[in-house]
Ligand binder design. Structure first.
Ligand code: FE2
Ligand code: FE2
Length: 475
């Protein structure tokens, strides 16, 4: 079951050839997907041979095969983790019932909405990143970007398979619409805010893959608990791919920090202007990028109180992070959770029914996880003997969604006036000038083993290849 059939037009491990109608529908969608990839996928790189990994099995060991591939020829397909015998719904009002292999009628609309919302983020990030290949700091990084891009494309396939197989005509219409919306488009934007922001430079890319792909991880973990078994099985396999995306972000930022610290020690200065004059990113600018990406990403979890979140949980569609490892009744009636509110100009804690606060529960789990990486980045700075420390901003900082969107808060968690926020905005969030400076550093480095001045080389190459391996063959 876990072996993948690559002889098929659409590689899959779901016996697609046994369902001719479904196979035809997906084969009809496939050329539209390729057209979208050619239009909106990585810019100016369709003919490059890229050293990519492709899934050959969904087993945890050895699922990947590496080789040079032209991206439009990448074998996007449909891979689900194997079915667990006797799996049960693990939470909500259906807890203990057999997990559903088909969509339960009463939950159809909500499930479709969940799948479409997840599916929409996948092509969105490819669109956001499509120009980055033109300014890659090395072949190694360019290859990692393209790996992330093809896998986000595959995640779209994963969601489209569920829509086609389980949602009939409206599922097929949604699958088409996923190829029609465009990140940042005025008239037909992507569904979620952070996926309409620009990813204009590589610092933003690493921050995005660290913070926003991690939102992906938490959403997928919550869906991997779903009582709708095909969704659980497909998201479990997506998670193995997501891990690489977060690695690209964490190690990318770490290498930027390492290079900056080397330069700071060499010139014996922590003056941002002097650091910038050496052609590397000052730590203050890194902090502002971090503030931006962190705050925009935590908005993705939605409103702090949400009746939809309660419905999704109650009906067994979307669980909590590590639901099955939690030691409670998995129904949560009568339980409470602390969320932040605003009273008389101050942040105050409020107790609300936990079922309504599940977005906040997931956001808090995310925040704990993402702070781990910030601490690891600080280790790099500490090791260089520099007293500066990066910090995740307060969760009320720069929020656009939920209760906290109604108040201005500093990165250290003080409620401030509009005027005070405006006065400090340049110190707290990337300014046009910061972005212009970072953009000025971006330049394409294509020689194997060479790296742009603003970033240190990685410790290791990809798949045990040397760092100066020819990861991309430009044709
Ligand atoms: Fe993804
Ligand atoms: Fe991702």
């Amino acid at each position: 079951m876990s072996g993948i059939d690559y002889a098929e037009k659409i590689p899959n491990n779901v016996n697609l050839s046994e369902d001719k109608t479904l196979q035809r529908a997906l084969e009809h969608w496939q050329p539209n997907y390729i057209d979208w990839w050619k239009d909106m996928g990585p810019d100016g790189s369709q003919d490059f041979d890229v050293y990519l990994r492709t899934a050959i099995s969904v087993d945890p060991q050895g699922w990947a095969q590496f080789g040079h591939v032209k991206m439009p020829d990448y074998r996007w397909g449909i891979f689900l983790n194997p079915r667990e015998a006797d799996r049960k719904v693990g939470f909500g009002e259906h807890k203990g019932e057999a997990a559903w292999q088909d969509v339960p009628g009463e939950h159809r609309a909500n499930l479709r909405r969940i799948i479409v919302t997840q599916g929409d983020t996948e092509p969105a990030s490819v669109e956001q990143q499509r120009h980055l290949g033109l300014t890659a700091p090395s072949q190694y990084d360019l290859r990692n970007l393209f790996q992330v891009n093809v896998e986000e494309g595959r995640h779209l396939w994963a969601m489209v398979y569920l829509l086609h197989k389980h949602f009939g005509r409206d599922g097929r219409e949604e699958a088409e619409a996923l190829l029609e919306r465009r990140s940042g488009d005025q008239d037909n934007p992507r569904i979620l805010g952070a996926f309409n922001e620009k990813t204009p430079d590589w610092l933003a890319f690493y921050m995005f893959t660290y913070f926003t792909d991690r939102d992906g991880k938490f959403q997928l973990c919550a869906l991997a608990e779903s009582g709708f078994d095909p969704l659980a099985r497909t998201t479990k396999f997506m998670l193995t791919e997501e891990a690489h995306h977060m690695f690209v972000g964490e190690s990318g930022i770490s290498r930027v920090i390492q290079r900056t610290c080397e330069v700071m020690n060499r010139i014996k200065s922590d003056d941002p202007a002097k650091v910038r004059a050496e052609g590397v990113v000052d730590l203050q600018t890194l902090q502002r990028y971090l503030n931006f990406h962190f705050s925009v990403t935590i908005d993705l979890f939605g409103a702090d109180e949400s009746s939809n979140a309660a419905i999704f949980y109650n009906s067994g569609l979307k669980g909590r992070f590590e639901e099955t490892k939690r030691d409670d009744d998995h129904q949560l009636h009568g339980r409470h959770y602390t969320v932040l509110g605003v009273k008389e100009g101050k942040l105050v804690e409020r107790e609300v029914p936990m079922l309504n606060a599940l977005n906040e529960v997931l956001r808090d789990d995310y925040i704990r996880d993402s702070i781990g990486g910030v601490n690891r980045w600080n280790k790099v700075i500490e090791k260089a003997g520099i007293p500066f420390r990066l910090q995740a901003p307060h969760k009320a900082f720069n929020r656009k969604i939920g209760t906290l969107s109604g108040v201005k808060v500093s990165p250290d968690g003080r409620v401030v006036s509009e005027a005070e926020f405006a006065q400090h905005e340049k110190a707290w969030l990337p300014s046009a000038e910061d972005r212009a400076f970072v953009a000025s550093l971006m330049g394409r480095v294509v020689e194997p083993g060479k790296f742009a001045n603003w970033i240190a080389p990685p410790v290791m190459g990809v798949n045990r290849q040397p760092v100066d391996f020819e990861y991309i063959r430009f044709n």
